[in-house]
Structure formats: structure tokens, C-alpha cells
Design a protein around this ligand. Sequence first.
Ligand code: ACO
Length: 328
Amino acid sequence: MLRACILGTGFAVPDSVLSNSDLEKMVDTSDDWILSRTGISFRRIADQKTAASDLAYLAACSALENAGIKPQQLDMIIVATMTPDMPMPATACLLQHRLNASKAAAFDLNAACTGFIYSLAVAEHFLLSSHYKYILVVGADVLSRVVDYTDRNTCVIFGDGAGAVVLGKDDGEHGILATYLAADGEGSDLLKIPAGGSRYPASAETVARRMHYIQMQGSEIFKFAVRIIPQCAERVLERAGLGIEDVDYLLLHQANIRIIQAAAKKMNIPWENVLVNIDNYGNISAGSIPLILAEAVSENRFKKGDLLLLIGFGAGLTMGAALVRWSR
Ligand code: ACO
């Protein structure tokens, strides 16, 4: 059976580190509160010259090298991001040019923190239903540009980074076994950047009202995440005819250690099978899942045949899962 499979992975994070003690000097918070309520100690923050396409480029180069694929072999580039370099053109086109991936179609996909899972599903469909052989999927976000560093409810959570995968085809038992995507637009007000689009175009007033920053009702998102993660797992496993006991590793969107713990407990997944890096990077939205995947690959965590369960959730509200039989 033909499947889309991951041929290579890569990631990139900025050098600059923002610690909890740095944040203690910026807002009324404490290392103890942040660590105990979120599990985060550090985040990486891009310098003023670095945009999403720069981190995407570094992650993409590393994934292409890891896969042994040349940029000119790519048929398509999808960049999942909610912090593109600019509203247009797409960050994927900037990346295509920089990689000199001349024959690749290129577009961005915005499903916030679920963007990588959505992009993986789109890429899978193109690989299985067309002549396309290789697709690059990147999740990249520079959230420090849209975080209000006077708002303690949000500024302690987010960081910057990117992860990338190169997808190809496999005609064996390995690769993407199933995906599941969903959305609940009723919750669209819970997590948003209100201004900068066609509803509230940028103006002196929107800037003065800090409407270009992330606004979040954190505890509602928390409850949503803990509720839908096991549902996403059930749906995607059902599609593949597998059970939760078959899962070797859980790679959840890194949003809050308490969400990860609660979801793993609800799904009866042993803690040693759950990958966690939120302590070092915080929540990097679309970059979160490909980054933890690529980091685990660089540490040789997986062996051929391992079953990986990837689950994302985020603004929209969006949610999704992918089940991958590791092939390398
Ligand atoms: N330091 C100290 N106190 C704080 C801080 C802080 N950084 N932030 C909030 N508080 C206070 C609040 O003001 C509140 O005080 P009050 O009781 O006097 O009003 C108290 O802590 C409790 O606030 P809650 O919001 O109820 O705290 P909670 O335990 O829910 O933690 C948090 C907040 C960390 C935001 C949590 O709700 C969370 O992680 N939610 C999920 C967020 C998320 O995943 N977002 C990303 C989704 S992905 C995407 O698409 C971008």
C-alpha cells in the first residue's frame, strides 16, 4: 500500500534565551508560578533581523540534508505559520526562492498551533493522489513579534522556532497511517490577534489599543485541549485500526506541561512514552510538533517500526492528529 512517509527532519531555534527570571523583571510573575503552572523555564527569542522565513530556511536545509534530497527535487513547499514574514507574499514563496527549489509550488497554511498537522495531511493527500514525489512541510513561528510583554497571562508562554520534514512515498507498512483534522469555530474568540487583517486594519488606534498582540482566555483553551486530545487520538487510531496500547510515542503540541500530563493520564499513555521539551522552548505554535519530532530524531529516540501519535490544537479553534509508523 502506498503511503506518505517522513524522509528527513530538521529544526532551528534562535540563540537568544528568555528565562523566567528575565520575565520576573518585566511583569508581575515568578519563576515558581511559571514553572508550576506551565512547565516552562526558557524560551528562544529571535533577534530583530530574524523572521519566520529565516528560521524556516534553517530547519528546511537541515531536513533536506537529513533526507538526502536536493531542493530542486521538491514538488511542493507548505509553511504552517501564524506569524508570516508579511501578509503577502506567502512565507513559503520566500523560502522557495531562498532554497532555489525552482519546480516547487509554495503556499502558507494557517491553522495556528495545529498548522503542522493540517499541513502534513494536505501533503499526504498530494503525494498519494498526484505525480508529486517530494514535499517539504515546515512549521515556523516567531511569536515574540505578536506577544504583549506587558501581559503576564500570555508573555510567559510563547517562544520562537521552526521544525521541518521532507515527505516522500513508501510502498510498505511505514509512513503516515492516518490523519484526523477538525475545527470548532465557535471558540474563535478564545485565542486571537484581533487587528492587522481586514476586520481591524492596522491604524494608530489599533496599535494604541494593543490589538496586534495575542489575546487569550487561557483556562478555556486549557479545558478545550484536555477534552479534545483523547478524542483526536481515538479518531485517528480508529482510522488506522489500531489502539492506544499500540502507540510507542506521544508527541503533543507543547502548550502547557499540565495539559500534556492530564491528556497522557486520560489516554493511559505511560509518561516515559511522552516526549516533552516545553521546559526549554515554551509554546512555539506551528513549530512545536515538528521541532520536538526533529529533536527526538537527532537524539536517535525512534527505531524503525515505532508508532508515533502526533496531536495538535490551537486557535480557530483547530485540532488534529497524525499517526506515523517510523520508517528509518
Ligand atoms: N504570573 C503570575 N500570575 C499569573 C500569571 C503569571 N504569569 N498569569 C496569570 N496569573 C494569575 C491570573 O491573573 C490569576 O490571578 P487571579 O486569580 O488573581 O485572577 C491566576 O494566576 C490564575 O489564572 P488562570 O488563567 O486561571 O491560570 P491557569 O492555571 O489557567 O494558567 C495558563 C494560565 C498558563 C495560561 C493556562 O491556562 C494555559 O496554559 N492555558 C492553555 C493556553 C494554551 O495552550 N494556549 C495556546 C494554544 S495554541 C495556539 O494556537 C497559539
